[in-house]
Structures are given as C-alpha cells and as structure tokens.
Write a protein that binds this ligand. Structure first.
Ligand code: SF4
Length: 526
C-alpha cells in the first residue's frame, strides 16, 4: 500500500488512512506491520490510531465492521432538525451489512439534519433519502465546482504575490496595510494578524506556516463554504504570508469530513506546484475525526503524526511549533481575506463594522431561521439584525427564544440579549464569546437545558483525556445535567474547577453552555 512513499514519522496518520480506506478497518496485525515499516514502536502507532474517531481498530475476537457506515450528525442544529428520530428509524431498519453511527457536527448545519453515507453527505436527510444513497453505487463526496487555478489567475489572482516577489510591493507596507485593516485571526481567538506576522518573522529560520481547516466547532461551516468556491484565494494569502514572514514550508490541516474539498485541494495544489515550482512546498494533511485538533497546539501534534494532545504553553507556537520550529498558525478564513484587503485597501475593510467595530465577519447561521447559511456581515451586527437582514427572519411558527453566539463552546444567550454587538471582546462581559461566529438560533420549540446538555455531551465525547478536570469534569457534568433536577451548587463548583484547571480551551470553555443556561434561562429550572 505504501509503495515507495516516505516512511517519515509525521506521515503516520496519512498511512493509517491508506490502510483504513483500503481494508475498511485496522487490525492489530496491520498496526504491527505499519510500525515495522515505519520503524516505530507498536505503542506509538497504537496510541495514535486509537486516539482518532475515524479509525476502526478491530482487536482479536472482535467482528469486522460492515463495509458501509452511515454517520448521522447529532449536534445542535441537526438535533433541532430531527436527528434523533432519523437515527432511531435508521437503526431500526438497517440490515447487518450497514453500520449506523451517531457522530458530532459534520459541518453542514445549514442543511440539517445531515447523514453521511460512506463519504457522501445527505442533507435535509430523511430515512428514505438515506436509503436511496445507501442503494446507490456512488458514495463519494462530489468534488466542488470551484474557481480553478487558471480562472483565478484570469481574475487577477496571484498578481499581488507576483508584485511582492518582484519587489514592486514591499513587505513592511503589506504588513502595515493588514494591521491597519484590523484583520484578526478568524478561527476564534481573534489575535491581530499583523502582530502575529511580526512575532513569528522575528524568530530564527526555518519558520513554518500551519493552516487550520479543522472546523469542528458545532455550527461552523464557513471555511468549507469558501474552500468549495474559491480555494486559491486562501492559497494566495498563504503564499503572501509565507513571503512576508519568511516561511520555508506550509502545512494545511483539513478535517476528514470534507472529502470533496480534499480532492479539490489535491487537484489545485498540483496545478499550483506545476505553475510555481519555486514556491514553498505545500503539504496537505488529513484529520481523522477529533474536534480537539482544531486547538492550535493539538493540530500541530496531529500534523506531526501523533495523537492530538494539546501542549502546555509557554513555549508558544510562534517560538516552538511544528517540528520544534517557529510556526505561524492561521485559520483558513484569515488568509482568505488577505488578497481582498490588499486590493481594496485597509480603510475599506476597517469601515465595514457597525457600532464601532471593524471589518466583516463570516457568520455560519443555522437553526430556526428561514435562510440558514454562510452570511458575510459587518462585525458588531446584532443577532436580531443578522436574522432579519440576512437570515430571512424566523421560521413560521417559531419565535426567537435564544441563540448560541459562538458554536457549542461560546455559551447561550436569551432573546432579550439579541441586540448585543456580535464580535470579539463584546460578549465576554456577559459570559459568552463569538469564537468562529457560528450562530445557532433556537425557538420556543426548544429548551436551553436540553441544548446545553447536547453541548456538554459533545465535549465529553471530544475531550482528549489528557487532564482530569476536563476528562472527568465533562463526564460528571453530563451525569448531573441528565438528572431531572439540576444540582446547581455542585454544577457551579465543577464548572469553576474545569475553567480554572483544564489545560486547553476545550475544557475551559465546556461549562459555558451549562453556566449560561442557568444564568439566562432560570424559568427552565424553577
Ligand atoms: Fe484534553 Fe480537555 Fe485537557 Fe484540553 S482540557 S487537554 S481537551 S482533557
């Protein structure tokens, strides 16, 4: 299977995918053979393979899974749209040759509920639609019909990069323009881009660039939206960043669920390499179903072929990152905006916000609205404006009852707080945050406590298990939240420990939905 491909340590996950794709599962013997082939210990191979949800290890005496798997998303938007009855019916009617699995968010929340048959997404899924997809021969995620390399160039693409490479455009002025625009990291942390480039650029070479397209936060699908339509825009942004910061190589980490995008990127990267042989090497790496790998240091571990355990910091990735080298880490969307800001000017971008905020945000809007989808809107827009001006209003028969302003981890607000400006830093005083701008809207048909439980079950499932406050805390919180009466005092104490003592953002943010449900929806706990 591996042929004459490199056996380098960081390719372990890629090679595990090859075996799993070819054989449908991983056996203990296959892992041992791979360990020998890659000159690794069996423990190293096993600890990596067993960490990721998408690898099926079959141990001695266990049955080999059926050849076809249907994955049904059970996260917030899909749960509201009827994922549970869909799952129940599929489970009741599936034959022995079909495996039905409940999985967290697959990144298609605007088309909920979603099932994935093999690799083929079935949106607005019904049992009948899933059965039709199961019976069909083609179970691949179709390659999106995006703007390809030649079309992108014909639209002026890569001109900015050429200007930089030829010296007609200067690096300091480029970084200054991006700084002046107010562009911030759009993966959730919101760190100013100009400052990040300056910090990494000041470190010793060789420096690396790692691009995060893991997009696992329930409710988020903006990166997929851009990737499916215009992949060269972020690739040009990446090459501009690489030039400005002096980067030797680029690593892209793409979530495994985006199989169509993977095929698209493979194709377009080949064209790019052929057209620009002198550009830094761009490596495309495939995730394997672990939400925590969206955390920047966990992603770095995964890029190195290991389990995605977040690192303790300091040292920060800007100093000691991928393969121990100074690393510029970016969410894909941040790089997507680089070209447009440089072409249209920093003032254009900075002038877009409302209520004193700067720039545009890509809101992944889902839930009980008429036009769910990815909407580009001014930073600082309120939820009420977003729903009315972009989302087509609430669905018939549904009134706004509350919303998640930042996916599962950003907390929950009630309808009475629908006029707050949605942006970085504006929601923290109220105990929530915007993160990657995944807005999930719910109505009187839903219960905040049930949605908070759904979010906590997700964190329990996705906790990497490295630290006790998160590993045990999410489990205990789920137990407490499943009880008919919530033990508020105990939950408060548990939440505090998780926030104070967890290693990474997953455990620190996991109590947000629980805490905000208690704070803003007291009527549900009377
Ligand atoms: Fe892992 Fe959770 Fe600890 Fe993060 S907080 S390191 S996800 S156990």
């Amino acid at each position: 299977l591996l042929g004459d491909e490199s056996r380098a340590r960081d390719l372990l996950i890629e090679h595990l995918h090859k075996i799993q794709d070819s054989r449908g599962h991983l056996s203990v013997d296959m892992l041992a053979a791979l360990a020998e082939e890659m000159k690794l210990s069996q423990a190293e191979v096993h600890e990596t393979a067993s960490f990721y949800h998408h690898f099926d290890i079959v141990r001695e005496g266990e049955a080999v899974p059926p050849a076809l798997t249907v994955r049904v998303c059970n996260s917030l938007s899909c749960a509201m749209a009827g994922a549970k009855p869909l799952l129940d019916e599929l489970r009741a009617t599936a034959g022995a040759d079909l495996r039905i699995v409940e999985v967290p968010c697959v990144g298609r929340c605007a088309e909920a509920p979603v099932a994935v048959v093999g690799q083929k997404p079935v949106t607005a899924a019904t049992p009948a639609a899933v059965r039709t997809a199961v019976a069909a021969d083609d179970r691949q995620d179709p390659t999106p019909d995006a703007i390809g390399y030649e079309a992108y160039r014909a639209q002026g693409g890569y001109r900015l990069l050429d200007e930089l490479l030829s010296g007609r455009r200067e690096v300091p002025a480029t970084i200054q323009a991006l700084t002046d625009s107010g562009l911030r990291g759009l993966g959730g942390a919101g760190f100013p881009l100009g400052r990040k480039w300056a910090i990494v650029g000041a470190q010793a070479a060789p420096r690396l660039l790692a691009i995060n397209i893991d997009e696992g936060e329930p409710g988020t699908f903006k990166d997929r939206h851009y990737l499916e339509r215009d992949p060269h825009r972020f690739l040009e942004g990446a090459l501009i960043a690489a030039h400005c910061v002096g980067v030797a190589a680029i690593y892209i980490y793409l979530r495994d669920e985006y199989a169509g995008c993977r095929a698209l990127l493979q194709r377009e990267l080949e064209l790019l390499r052929a057209a620009r042989p002198d550009a830094p090497e761009i490596h495309l790496r495939r995730g394997a179903g672990a939400y925590v790998c969206g955390e920047e240091s966990a992603m770095i571990e995964s890029l190195e072929g290991k389990r995605g355990w977040p690192r303790q910091r300091p040292p920060y990735l800007a100093e000691v990152g991928l393969f121990g080298r100074p690393t510029l880490e970016h969410n894909m969307e941040t790089l997507h905006w680089v070209r447009e800001i440089l072409e249209r000017g920093a003032d254009w971008f900075a002038a877009q916000g409302r209520r004193g905020r700067k720039g545009l945000r890509s809101f992944s809007l889902s839930g009980r609205v008429n036009r769910p989808g990815m909407h580009v809107a001014p930073a600082g827009i309120s939820l009420r404006e977003l729903v009315d001006e972009y989302g087509g209003g609430m669905q018939d028969g549904h009134e706004l009852y509350g919303y998640f302003p930042g996916g599962a981890s950003g907390g929950i607000f009630p309808a009475s707080m629908a006029d707050l400006p949605l942006d970085f830093d504006t929601l923290q005083p109220h105990g929530c945050f915007i993160g990657s701008a995944a807005i999930i809207v719910f109505s009187q048909a839903d219960r905040a406590r049930e949605l908070a439980l759904n979010a906590m079950e997700f964190f329990e499932h996705e906790s990497c298990g490295q630290c006790t406050p998160c590993r045990e805390g999410t489990q205990r919180a789920v137990q407490l939240m499943r009880a008919p009466t919530w033990d508020v005092e105990l939950m408060d104490e548990l939440s505090q420990v998780m926030m104070d003592a967890s290693i990474c953002g997953l455990g620190q943010a996991a109590p947000n939905p629980l805490r905000s449900a208690l704070r803003y929806f007291p009527q549900e706990f009377a």
